[in-house]
Write a protein that binds this ligand. Sequence first.
Ligand SMILES: [Zn+2]
Length: 469
Amino acid sequence: MIRLYDTMSREKREFEPQNPERITMYVCGPTVYNRAHIGNARPAVVFDTLARLIRHEFGPDSLVYARNVTDVDDKIIAAAEAEGVEPAVITERYERAYLEDMGALGVEPPTIAPHATREIGPMIAMIERLIGLGHAYEAEGHVLFSVPSDPTYGALSRRDREAMLAGARVEVAPYKRDPADFVLWKPSGEGVIGWDSPWGRGRPGWHIECSAMIRAHLGETIDIHGGGLDLIFPHHENEIAQSRCAHGGAPLARFWVHNGFLDMGAEKMSKSLGNVVTVNDLLAQGHRGETLRLALLSAHYRSPLPWTEALIEQSKARLDRWYRALKVLEESPQPQSDGALGGFIEALSDDLNTPLALSVLDSALRVLDRPDPLAEYQEGQLAYGTGRGVSILSAAVKHARMLGFLNSSSEEWFKGSLADETRISDAIFRRNNAKANRDFATADRIRDELKAEGIILEDTPSGTTWRRG
Ligand SMILES: [Zn+2]
Protein backbone atom coordinates (compact mmCIF):
# COMPACT_ATOMS: atom_id res chain seq x y z
CA MET A 1 0.00 0.00 0.00
CA ILE A 2 1.48 3.31 -1.12
CA ARG A 3 1.00 6.31 1.15
CA LEU A 4 1.57 9.81 -0.19
CA TYR A 5 1.67 13.22 1.42
CA ASP A 6 -1.06 15.34 -0.14
CA THR A 7 -0.38 19.08 -0.08
CA MET A 8 -4.12 19.84 -0.30
CA SER A 9 -5.08 17.97 2.87
CA ARG A 10 -1.63 18.44 4.51
CA GLU A 11 -1.49 14.79 5.48
CA LYS A 12 -0.12 11.45 4.40
CA ARG A 13 -2.90 9.31 2.98
CA GLU A 14 -3.29 5.88 1.46
CA PHE A 15 -3.07 6.08 -2.29
CA GLU A 16 -6.10 4.35 -3.74
CA PRO A 17 -6.38 5.13 -7.44
CA GLN A 18 -9.74 5.83 -9.08
CA ASN A 19 -9.02 3.05 -11.55
CA PRO A 20 -6.01 0.83 -10.73
CA GLU A 21 -5.77 -0.15 -14.40
CA ARG A 22 -5.49 3.45 -15.56
CA ILE A 23 -3.78 5.56 -12.91
CA THR A 24 -3.33 9.15 -14.05
CA MET A 25 -0.42 11.40 -13.10
CA TYR A 26 0.42 14.85 -14.47
CA VAL A 27 3.61 16.77 -13.72
CA CYS A 28 4.28 20.32 -14.88
CA GLY A 29 7.17 20.03 -17.33
CA PRO A 30 9.87 22.34 -18.65
CA THR A 31 9.58 25.67 -20.39
CA VAL A 32 12.06 24.99 -23.17
CA TYR A 33 14.25 28.06 -23.68
CA ASN A 34 17.55 27.10 -21.99
CA ARG A 35 19.44 24.11 -20.57
CA ALA A 36 17.96 22.48 -17.50
CA HIS A 37 19.37 23.55 -14.15
CA ILE A 38 20.17 20.65 -11.82
CA GLY A 39 17.36 21.99 -9.60
CA ASN A 40 14.89 21.43 -12.46
CA ALA A 41 16.07 17.84 -12.68
CA ARG A 42 14.85 17.09 -9.16
CA PRO A 43 11.12 16.90 -9.98
CA ALA A 44 11.88 14.89 -13.15
CA VAL A 45 13.87 12.32 -11.12
CA VAL A 46 11.44 12.29 -8.17
CA PHE A 47 8.33 11.72 -10.30
CA ASP A 48 10.17 9.20 -12.46
CA THR A 49 10.84 7.30 -9.23
CA LEU A 50 7.20 7.57 -8.16
CA ALA A 51 6.16 6.31 -11.62
CA ARG A 52 8.49 3.31 -11.24
CA LEU A 53 6.99 2.51 -7.82
CA ILE A 54 3.42 2.77 -9.11
CA ARG A 55 4.22 0.47 -12.05
CA HIS A 56 5.93 -1.96 -9.67
CA GLU A 57 2.88 -2.05 -7.39
CA PHE A 58 0.03 -1.85 -9.92
CA GLY A 59 1.57 -3.34 -13.07
CA PRO A 60 3.73 -2.08 -15.94
CA ASP A 61 0.77 -0.71 -17.94
CA SER A 62 -1.15 0.71 -14.99
CA LEU A 63 0.06 4.32 -15.21
CA VAL A 64 -0.56 7.10 -17.71
CA TYR A 65 2.06 9.72 -16.89
CA ALA A 66 1.80 13.06 -18.68
CA ARG A 67 4.50 15.73 -18.51
CA ASN A 68 3.87 18.79 -20.63
CA VAL A 69 6.25 20.87 -22.70
CA THR A 70 5.66 24.62 -22.44
CA ASP A 71 6.72 25.77 -25.89
CA VAL A 72 5.03 29.16 -25.99
CA ASP A 73 6.04 31.66 -23.33
CA ASP A 74 7.43 35.19 -23.03
CA LYS A 75 10.90 33.85 -22.11
CA ILE A 76 10.90 31.74 -25.29
CA ILE A 77 9.80 34.73 -27.37
CA ALA A 78 12.60 36.84 -25.83
CA ALA A 79 15.22 34.14 -26.47
CA ALA A 80 14.08 33.80 -30.10
CA GLU A 81 14.21 37.56 -30.62
CA ALA A 82 17.69 37.70 -29.10
CA GLU A 83 18.91 35.13 -31.63
CA GLY A 84 16.81 36.41 -34.51
CA VAL A 85 15.15 33.03 -35.08
CA GLU A 86 11.64 31.59 -34.92
CA PRO A 87 10.52 30.42 -31.44
CA ALA A 88 10.34 26.85 -32.78
CA VAL A 89 14.11 26.88 -33.33
CA ILE A 90 14.61 27.63 -29.63
CA THR A 91 11.98 25.21 -28.36
CA GLU A 92 13.09 22.28 -30.54
CA ARG A 93 16.73 22.77 -29.57
CA TYR A 94 16.05 22.92 -25.83
CA GLU A 95 13.41 20.23 -25.75
CA ARG A 96 15.93 17.86 -27.33
CA ALA A 97 18.57 18.98 -24.83
CA TYR A 98 16.13 18.46 -21.95
CA LEU A 99 15.33 14.93 -23.05
CA GLU A 100 19.03 14.14 -23.44
CA ASP A 101 19.86 15.51 -20.00
CA MET A 102 16.98 13.70 -18.30
CA GLY A 103 17.84 10.51 -20.21
CA ALA A 104 21.37 10.73 -18.82
CA LEU A 105 19.82 10.89 -15.33
CA GLY A 106 17.89 7.69 -16.02
CA VAL A 107 14.54 9.48 -16.31
CA GLU A 108 12.25 7.42 -18.52
CA PRO A 109 10.11 9.41 -20.98
CA PRO A 110 6.57 10.07 -19.74
CA THR A 111 3.70 8.23 -21.41
CA ILE A 112 2.47 11.47 -23.00
CA ALA A 113 4.28 14.76 -23.55
CA PRO A 114 1.64 17.26 -24.69
CA HIS A 115 2.95 20.49 -26.25
CA ALA A 116 1.18 23.77 -25.57
CA THR A 117 1.40 24.97 -29.18
CA ARG A 118 -0.40 21.83 -30.39
CA GLU A 119 -3.30 22.15 -27.95
CA ILE A 120 -4.53 25.68 -28.55
CA GLY A 121 -8.00 24.38 -29.55
CA PRO A 122 -8.75 22.70 -26.20
CA MET A 123 -7.45 25.81 -24.39
CA ILE A 124 -9.76 28.13 -26.35
CA ALA A 125 -12.66 25.74 -25.70
CA MET A 126 -12.01 25.77 -21.94
CA ILE A 127 -11.70 29.57 -21.88
CA GLU A 128 -15.00 29.92 -23.76
CA ARG A 129 -16.63 27.62 -21.25
CA LEU A 130 -15.28 29.65 -18.33
CA ILE A 131 -16.61 32.87 -19.92
CA GLY A 132 -20.00 31.22 -20.49
CA LEU A 133 -20.19 30.17 -16.83
CA GLY A 134 -19.30 33.66 -15.57
CA HIS A 135 -15.83 32.67 -14.30
CA ALA A 136 -13.90 34.66 -16.91
CA TYR A 137 -14.28 37.87 -18.88
CA GLU A 138 -12.77 39.61 -21.88
CA ALA A 139 -11.06 42.98 -21.53
CA GLU A 140 -8.91 44.79 -24.08
CA GLY A 141 -7.99 41.68 -26.04
CA HIS A 142 -7.22 39.76 -22.84
CA VAL A 143 -9.32 37.12 -21.17
CA LEU A 144 -9.03 37.02 -17.39
CA PHE A 145 -10.14 34.49 -14.82
CA SER A 146 -12.34 36.14 -12.22
CA VAL A 147 -10.89 35.04 -8.87
CA PRO A 148 -13.83 36.40 -6.80
CA SER A 149 -16.12 34.13 -8.87
CA ASP A 150 -14.51 31.11 -7.20
CA PRO A 151 -15.18 31.13 -3.44
CA THR A 152 -12.87 28.17 -2.80
CA TYR A 153 -9.88 29.82 -4.49
CA GLY A 154 -6.78 29.54 -2.28
CA ALA A 155 -7.53 26.09 -0.81
CA LEU A 156 -4.20 24.55 -1.87
CA SER A 157 -1.86 27.30 -0.75
CA ARG A 158 -4.10 28.34 2.17
CA ARG A 159 -3.19 31.95 1.68
CA ASP A 160 -5.40 34.79 2.70
CA ARG A 161 -6.16 37.46 0.15
CA GLU A 162 -3.41 39.82 1.30
CA ALA A 163 -0.74 37.13 1.02
CA MET A 164 -2.10 36.02 -2.34
CA LEU A 165 -1.85 39.47 -3.81
CA ALA A 166 1.65 39.96 -2.40
CA GLY A 167 2.71 36.49 -3.55
CA ALA A 168 1.39 37.00 -7.06
CA ARG A 169 3.42 40.23 -7.34
CA VAL A 170 0.52 41.64 -9.21
CA GLU A 171 1.11 44.46 -11.58
CA VAL A 172 -2.42 45.72 -11.50
CA ALA A 173 -3.38 46.17 -15.12
CA PRO A 174 -6.20 48.66 -15.67
CA TYR A 175 -8.35 46.08 -17.46
CA LYS A 176 -8.51 43.74 -14.44
CA ARG A 177 -11.75 43.83 -12.47
CA ASP A 178 -9.95 42.48 -9.42
CA PRO A 179 -6.20 42.66 -8.77
CA ALA A 180 -6.08 38.88 -8.13
CA ASP A 181 -7.55 38.01 -11.55
CA PHE A 182 -5.13 36.19 -13.81
CA VAL A 183 -4.63 35.93 -17.55
CA LEU A 184 -6.11 33.09 -19.60
CA TRP A 185 -5.43 34.65 -23.00
CA LYS A 186 -3.42 37.66 -24.08
CA PRO A 187 -3.01 39.52 -27.36
CA SER A 188 0.07 38.99 -29.56
CA GLY A 189 1.48 42.05 -31.27
CA GLU A 190 2.67 42.00 -34.85
CA GLY A 191 5.57 39.63 -35.43
CA VAL A 192 4.88 37.78 -32.18
CA ILE A 193 3.72 34.16 -32.20
CA GLY A 194 -0.05 33.93 -31.94
CA TRP A 195 -3.25 32.11 -32.90
CA ASP A 196 -6.67 33.34 -34.02
CA SER A 197 -9.27 33.25 -31.28
CA PRO A 198 -12.71 34.71 -30.54
CA TRP A 199 -10.82 37.51 -28.74
CA GLY A 200 -8.45 38.31 -31.59
CA ARG A 201 -5.00 37.02 -32.42
CA GLY A 202 -3.13 36.06 -29.27
CA ARG A 203 -1.64 33.33 -27.14
CA PRO A 204 -2.60 31.45 -23.99
CA GLY A 205 -1.50 32.27 -20.46
CA TRP A 206 0.67 29.63 -18.83
CA HIS A 207 -1.85 28.23 -16.32
CA ILE A 208 -4.62 27.35 -18.81
CA GLU A 209 -2.23 25.10 -20.73
CA CYS A 210 -2.03 22.53 -17.93
CA SER A 211 -5.77 22.57 -17.15
CA ALA A 212 -6.73 22.09 -20.81
CA MET A 213 -4.16 19.39 -21.50
CA ILE A 214 -5.07 17.44 -18.35
CA ARG A 215 -8.72 17.51 -19.45
CA ALA A 216 -7.84 16.48 -23.01
CA HIS A 217 -5.50 13.61 -22.14
CA LEU A 218 -6.30 12.38 -18.64
CA GLY A 219 -9.81 13.51 -17.70
CA GLU A 220 -11.47 15.94 -15.29
CA THR A 221 -10.05 14.46 -12.10
CA ILE A 222 -6.62 12.85 -12.06
CA ASP A 223 -5.01 10.73 -9.37
CA ILE A 224 -1.76 12.64 -8.86
CA HIS A 225 -0.67 16.14 -9.82
CA GLY A 226 2.98 16.88 -9.21
CA GLY A 227 5.55 19.62 -9.41
CA GLY A 228 7.98 21.71 -7.39
CA LEU A 229 6.92 23.54 -4.23
CA ASP A 230 7.30 26.84 -6.05
CA LEU A 231 4.35 25.92 -8.29
CA ILE A 232 1.81 25.69 -5.46
CA PHE A 233 1.07 29.37 -5.78
CA PRO A 234 -0.01 30.79 -8.10
CA HIS A 235 0.33 28.12 -10.81
CA HIS A 236 -1.38 25.14 -9.21
CA GLU A 237 -3.92 27.29 -7.41
CA ASN A 238 -4.88 28.74 -10.79
CA GLU A 239 -4.99 25.33 -12.48
CA ILE A 240 -7.38 24.17 -9.75
CA ALA A 241 -9.63 27.21 -10.15
CA GLN A 242 -9.83 26.89 -13.95
CA SER A 243 -10.48 23.15 -13.97
CA ARG A 244 -12.91 23.00 -11.08
CA CYS A 245 -14.96 25.93 -12.37
CA ALA A 246 -15.02 24.49 -15.91
CA HIS A 247 -16.03 21.03 -14.66
CA GLY A 248 -18.91 21.74 -12.30
CA GLY A 249 -16.79 21.55 -9.17
CA ALA A 250 -15.00 18.25 -9.90
CA PRO A 251 -11.61 18.32 -8.15
CA LEU A 252 -8.60 18.51 -10.48
CA ALA A 253 -6.43 16.05 -8.56
CA ARG A 254 -6.89 13.59 -5.70
CA PHE A 255 -3.28 13.94 -4.55
CA TRP A 256 -1.08 17.02 -4.83
CA VAL A 257 2.57 16.02 -4.55
CA HIS A 258 5.30 18.66 -4.35
CA ASN A 259 9.07 18.32 -4.20
CA GLY A 260 11.39 20.61 -2.24
CA PHE A 261 14.26 22.66 -3.66
CA LEU A 262 17.94 22.06 -4.06
CA ASP A 263 19.87 24.34 -1.76
CA MET A 264 22.75 25.63 -3.84
CA GLY A 265 24.28 27.76 -1.11
CA ALA A 266 24.75 25.33 1.76
CA GLU A 267 28.51 25.37 1.57
CA LYS A 268 31.04 27.62 -0.04
CA MET A 269 31.60 25.83 -3.29
CA SER A 270 34.64 26.00 -5.44
CA LYS A 271 34.42 28.67 -8.09
CA SER A 272 34.05 26.02 -10.74
CA LEU A 273 31.11 24.11 -9.26
CA GLY A 274 29.53 27.35 -8.06
CA ASN A 275 29.11 28.30 -11.69
CA VAL A 276 28.23 24.83 -12.86
CA VAL A 277 24.55 24.42 -12.32
CA THR A 278 23.16 22.84 -15.45
CA VAL A 279 22.85 19.08 -15.81
CA ASN A 280 24.79 19.35 -19.04
CA ASP A 281 27.73 21.13 -17.38
CA LEU A 282 27.86 18.58 -14.57
CA LEU A 283 27.94 15.76 -17.13
CA ALA A 284 30.61 17.57 -19.14
CA GLN A 285 32.69 17.78 -15.96
CA GLY A 286 32.83 14.00 -15.98
CA HIS A 287 30.10 13.23 -13.44
CA ARG A 288 27.94 10.34 -14.49
CA GLY A 289 24.19 10.67 -14.75
CA GLU A 290 23.75 7.76 -12.36
CA THR A 291 25.83 9.58 -9.73
CA LEU A 292 23.74 12.74 -10.09
CA ARG A 293 20.53 10.69 -9.91
CA LEU A 294 21.69 9.05 -6.68
CA ALA A 295 22.61 12.45 -5.25
CA LEU A 296 19.15 13.81 -6.14
CA LEU A 297 17.41 10.87 -4.43
CA SER A 298 19.62 10.91 -1.33
CA ALA A 299 17.25 13.21 0.57
CA HIS A 300 13.51 12.81 1.01
CA TYR A 301 11.79 14.54 -1.91
CA ARG A 302 9.92 16.99 0.30
CA SER A 303 13.08 18.09 2.16
CA PRO A 304 15.47 20.71 0.90
CA LEU A 305 18.58 19.06 -0.53
CA PRO A 306 21.91 20.85 -0.01
CA TRP A 307 23.72 20.48 -3.36
CA THR A 308 27.44 20.22 -2.65
CA GLU A 309 30.59 18.76 -4.14
CA ALA A 310 30.76 16.41 -1.15
CA LEU A 311 27.30 15.05 -1.97
CA ILE A 312 28.37 14.23 -5.53
CA GLU A 313 31.58 12.57 -4.31
CA GLN A 314 29.73 10.53 -1.67
CA SER A 315 27.22 9.41 -4.27
CA LYS A 316 30.01 8.32 -6.61
CA ALA A 317 31.71 6.38 -3.78
CA ARG A 318 28.40 4.76 -2.89
CA LEU A 319 27.87 3.63 -6.48
CA ASP A 320 31.45 2.32 -6.62
CA ARG A 321 30.59 0.10 -3.63
CA TRP A 322 27.39 -1.08 -5.29
CA TYR A 323 29.21 -1.84 -8.53
CA ARG A 324 31.83 -3.84 -6.63
CA ALA A 325 28.94 -5.87 -5.27
CA LEU A 326 27.50 -6.21 -8.77
CA LYS A 327 30.87 -7.54 -9.93
CA VAL A 328 30.62 -10.31 -7.35
CA LEU A 329 27.19 -11.22 -8.69
CA GLU A 330 28.42 -11.12 -12.30
CA GLU A 331 31.21 -13.52 -11.38
CA SER A 332 29.17 -15.69 -9.09
CA PRO A 333 28.62 -19.26 -10.21
CA GLN A 334 25.44 -19.34 -8.11
CA PRO A 335 22.13 -19.16 -9.93
CA GLN A 336 20.39 -15.86 -9.31
CA SER A 337 17.25 -16.32 -7.34
CA ASP A 338 14.51 -13.77 -7.22
CA GLY A 339 14.48 -12.71 -3.62
CA ALA A 340 12.94 -9.60 -2.07
CA LEU A 341 14.72 -7.27 0.28
CA GLY A 342 12.76 -6.69 3.43
CA GLY A 343 12.03 -3.02 3.97
CA PHE A 344 12.86 -1.70 0.51
CA ILE A 345 9.42 -1.47 -1.11
CA GLU A 346 7.96 -0.59 2.29
CA ALA A 347 10.30 2.43 2.51
CA LEU A 348 9.41 3.64 -0.98
CA SER A 349 5.73 3.08 -0.31
CA ASP A 350 5.91 5.33 2.74
CA ASP A 351 5.69 8.64 0.87
CA LEU A 352 8.64 7.72 -1.35
CA ASN A 353 11.21 7.50 1.43
CA THR A 354 14.23 7.12 -0.85
CA PRO A 355 16.89 7.77 1.85
CA LEU A 356 15.59 4.76 3.78
CA ALA A 357 15.25 2.60 0.65
CA LEU A 358 18.82 3.46 -0.36
CA SER A 359 20.10 2.57 3.09
CA VAL A 360 18.38 -0.83 2.79
CA LEU A 361 20.39 -1.34 -0.40
CA ASP A 362 23.56 -0.19 1.39
CA SER A 363 23.08 -2.77 4.14
CA ALA A 364 22.39 -5.57 1.68
CA LEU A 365 25.49 -4.71 -0.33
CA ARG A 366 27.81 -3.93 2.59
CA VAL A 367 28.57 -7.58 3.37
CA LEU A 368 30.38 -7.65 0.07
CA ASP A 369 32.63 -4.70 0.77
CA ARG A 370 35.58 -7.05 1.34
CA PRO A 371 38.96 -7.49 -0.33
CA ASP A 372 37.95 -10.66 -2.13
CA PRO A 373 34.28 -11.27 -1.46
CA LEU A 374 33.77 -13.81 -4.23
CA ALA A 375 36.37 -16.14 -2.78
CA GLU A 376 34.85 -15.67 0.65
CA TYR A 377 31.42 -16.46 -0.71
CA GLN A 378 32.67 -19.53 -2.46
CA GLU A 379 34.30 -20.65 0.72
CA GLY A 380 31.13 -19.91 2.64
CA GLN A 381 32.93 -17.63 5.06
CA LEU A 382 30.58 -14.67 5.04
CA ALA A 383 27.88 -14.43 7.62
CA TYR A 384 25.05 -14.90 5.17
CA GLY A 385 26.48 -18.15 3.82
CA THR A 386 27.17 -18.66 0.15
CA GLY A 387 23.78 -19.29 -1.38
CA ARG A 388 21.81 -16.88 0.70
CA GLY A 389 24.41 -14.14 0.32
CA VAL A 390 24.17 -14.26 -3.43
CA SER A 391 20.40 -14.32 -3.32
CA ILE A 392 20.32 -11.21 -1.12
CA LEU A 393 22.78 -9.60 -3.45
CA SER A 394 20.66 -10.51 -6.44
CA ALA A 395 17.58 -9.02 -4.81
CA ALA A 396 19.48 -5.84 -3.93
CA VAL A 397 20.67 -5.43 -7.51
CA LYS A 398 17.15 -6.00 -8.83
CA HIS A 399 15.79 -3.30 -6.51
CA ALA A 400 18.63 -0.91 -7.35
CA ARG A 401 17.73 -1.33 -11.04
CA MET A 402 14.10 -0.63 -10.28
CA LEU A 403 15.27 2.77 -8.98
CA GLY A 404 17.35 3.37 -12.10
CA PHE A 405 20.79 2.29 -10.83
CA LEU A 406 23.32 -0.41 -11.78
CA ASN A 407 22.38 -0.23 -15.45
CA SER A 408 25.96 -0.73 -16.66
CA SER A 409 28.13 -3.75 -16.16
CA SER A 410 30.76 -3.35 -13.45
CA GLU A 411 33.39 -3.43 -16.17
CA GLU A 412 31.84 -0.47 -17.98
CA TRP A 413 31.40 1.42 -14.73
CA PHE A 414 35.00 1.04 -13.59
CA LYS A 415 36.64 1.29 -17.01
CA GLY A 416 37.02 5.06 -17.13
CA SER A 417 37.19 5.93 -13.49
CA LEU A 418 39.62 3.26 -12.26
CA ALA A 419 42.08 3.95 -15.04
CA ASP A 420 41.88 7.63 -14.22
CA GLU A 421 42.25 7.11 -10.50
CA THR A 422 45.28 4.87 -10.92
CA ARG A 423 46.93 7.34 -13.26
CA ILE A 424 46.20 10.31 -10.98
CA SER A 425 47.42 8.63 -7.82
CA ASP A 426 50.53 7.64 -9.74
CA ALA A 427 51.09 11.29 -10.73
CA ILE A 428 50.55 12.40 -7.12
CA PHE A 429 53.14 9.83 -6.01
CA ARG A 430 55.69 11.11 -8.56
CA ARG A 431 55.01 14.74 -7.56
CA ASN A 432 55.48 13.98 -3.86
CA ASN A 433 58.75 12.22 -4.67
CA ALA A 434 59.91 15.25 -6.67
CA LYS A 435 59.00 17.57 -3.78
CA ALA A 436 60.85 15.34 -1.33
CA ASN A 437 63.89 15.66 -3.62
CA ARG A 438 63.36 19.45 -3.72
CA ASP A 439 62.77 19.17 -7.49
CA PHE A 440 60.04 21.81 -7.43
CA ALA A 441 60.07 22.38 -11.19
CA THR A 442 59.02 18.76 -11.82
CA ALA A 443 56.48 18.88 -8.99
CA ASP A 444 54.90 22.03 -10.45
CA ARG A 445 54.90 20.60 -13.96
CA ILE A 446 53.00 17.48 -12.82
CA ARG A 447 50.49 19.65 -10.97
CA ASP A 448 50.02 21.91 -14.02
CA GLU A 449 49.59 18.97 -16.39
CA LEU A 450 46.79 17.58 -14.24
CA LYS A 451 45.26 21.03 -13.88
CA ALA A 452 45.17 21.36 -17.67
CA GLU A 453 42.84 18.37 -17.79
CA GLY A 454 40.70 19.67 -14.95
CA ILE A 455 42.22 17.70 -12.07
CA ILE A 456 42.95 19.93 -9.07
CA LEU A 457 45.44 18.72 -6.43
CA GLU A 458 45.08 19.82 -2.83
CA ASP A 459 47.83 19.42 -0.27
CA THR A 460 46.45 18.75 3.19
CA PRO A 461 48.21 17.85 6.45
CA SER A 462 47.17 14.23 5.89
CA GLY A 463 48.41 14.04 2.29
CA THR A 464 47.51 15.13 -1.23
CA THR A 465 43.95 14.76 -2.47
CA TRP A 466 42.45 15.55 -5.86
CA ARG A 467 39.17 16.62 -7.29
CA ARG A 468 37.80 17.59 -10.65
CA GLY A 469 37.75 21.36 -10.90
ZN1 LIG B 1 1.14 23.12 -14.66
